[in-house]
Design a protein around this ligand. Sequence first.
Ligand SMILES: Nc1nc2c(ncn2[C@@H]2O[C@H](COP(=O)(O)OP(=O)(O)OP(=O)(O)O)[C@@H](O)[C@H]2O)c(=O)[nH]1
Ligand SMILES: [Mg+2]
Length: 436
Amino acid sequence: MASELDTIVAPATPLGRGALAIVRIDGPRSADILEKLSAVSPDARLATLAQLSLDGEPLDECIAIRYAAPHSFTGNDLVELTLHGSPLLVERVIAAIVECGARLAEPGEFTERAVLNGKLDLVQAESIADLINSRTALQARLSLGNLQGVLSRRAAAVRESLLHVISRLEAALDFSEEGYEFITRDDARREIEHAIADVEALAETYRRGRATTSGLTAVILGRPNAGKSTLLNRLVGSDRAIVTPIPGTTRDIVRETIEIGGLPVTIADTAGLRTSGDVVEEIGVARAREAAASADIILYLVDASAGLTVEDELASYPDAIVIYTKTDLALAPQGALGISVKAENGIDELLNRLDAIVRDEFAAAAGSLVNERQRQAVLGGKEALATALVALDAGLDEPVILVDLYRASTSLGLLTGAITQEHVFAEIFSKFCIGK
Ligand SMILES: Nc1nc2c(ncn2[C@@H]2O[C@H](COP(=O)(O)OP(=O)(O)OP(=O)(O)O)[C@@H](O)[C@H]2O)c(=O)[nH]1
Ligand SMILES: [Mg+2]
C-alpha cells in the first residue's frame, strides 16, 4: 500500500500583528484536524465560523474554509484558517494542529505539491515567488502573466511543433519498407529551422526578462568634482553621498535604488576617474571602473564649466549617456544633455530620458524567460536542434537525427517541468519561504 501523504501546516501570512493571519493545512487529514479542533465540519468552500480549542483550552475564533481535492491550490484536501492577526495565536494554533498529527511544512512545500498534482507547472511556480518579490508594477505584471501561463504556453507551442516532426520521422522509420513517405527531408529541415528560430526568439527574451525581475544597475562616472554625488543625492532625494568642493571626495561606491521606467534601478555613485597617487583613491577608481563594466546604464558626467578634457575616459564607455553638469555656471554644448542640480535645470529631461531608456531597452513583457534555469533549458533545446540540423545536412539516417530531436524536446520539457528532475525541484522550492 502506498504510504499516505503527510498533512502539513504553516502560516500563510507574515508573522506580525494585524487584523488577520492565515494558517494553511494541506493533506488528507486536514478536514479531520479541523473537526477535532472545532467540532465543525464545513461544506467545501463555505466560509464557516469555528471556535478552535484543544483539550478544553480555547485557542481562537476563526473563519475556516475547507477545499476538497482536487479543487484546491495544491490539488489536495486543504483547510485555511483565518485567525486574529497575532503571532501568539498563530503559534498556539499551529502547535495544536501538529499535536493532531500534522507536521510543519518545508519551504515552498505547498507550491511543490501544487506542481506535483499538475495544478501549476515549474514556470508558474517560479512566477509565484517572483510575484511576491516584485517591487514595481512592471515586475508584477511580468510575473502575473507568467503565472497565468504566458511563457508556459509559448514554450509548449515550440515543443509541440517539435514533437510533430518527431512523430512523422518515427512513422517514416516504421513504414520505410512499405515506401510511404511521411515527411521529406526538405520538410523536416524546414520545420527544424523553424523550431530553431522560435527557440532563439525565446532565448532572446531573457535579457529583458532578467533585467525586469532583478532590476537594473546604473553607474555615475566622471572626473573628480564633476557633480556625481550631487546628482545621486538629487535622484534619491536625500543627502546620501558626501558632497564637497574637494576633488576626490567619494572613494567607496555609494549605492541607492530608485524606480525608473517601472523598474528598480540601483544607482552607484563612484570615485572620480583620475590618476591621483593616493592609494585609497586609486582603489576607489578601480572599483568605479569595475562597477561600470557590469552596469546596465552608464551616466558619464562632465562639468560644463571645465568642459571635456583629455583626462575624460569617455572613449572607454561608448554606450554612456553623457551629461554636462553645473549648467548654471556654463552652458552645455549645443544639443548635449545639460543639468544643474543647483538651479534645478534639466533634471526632468534627464529623468524622462532614463525612463524611456529603461522602457525601450529593458522592460519585459509576459512570456519572457526570467532566470538562469529557464534560459539553460531553452539553450539546451537550441543546441540539440542545431546538432539535428547538422546531422540532417550530413545525410545521416533518421534514428541519428531523432536522438537530437528527442534531446531538444527533453530540454524544452525541463523548462515547464513537463519532464522533471528531482534536484531541480529541490533547488526551486528551497528558495521559497515557509508557507508558500
Ligand atoms: N554651481 C553648481 N555647483 C555644483 C552643481 N553640482 C555640484 N556642484 C558642486 O560641485 C562640487 C563637487 O560636487 P560633488 O557632487 O561632490 O562632485 P563629485 O563628482 O561627486 O566629486 P568626487 O566625489 O570628488 O569625484 C561641490 O562643491 C558641489 O556643490 C551644480 O549643479 N551647480
Ligand atoms: Mg563624489
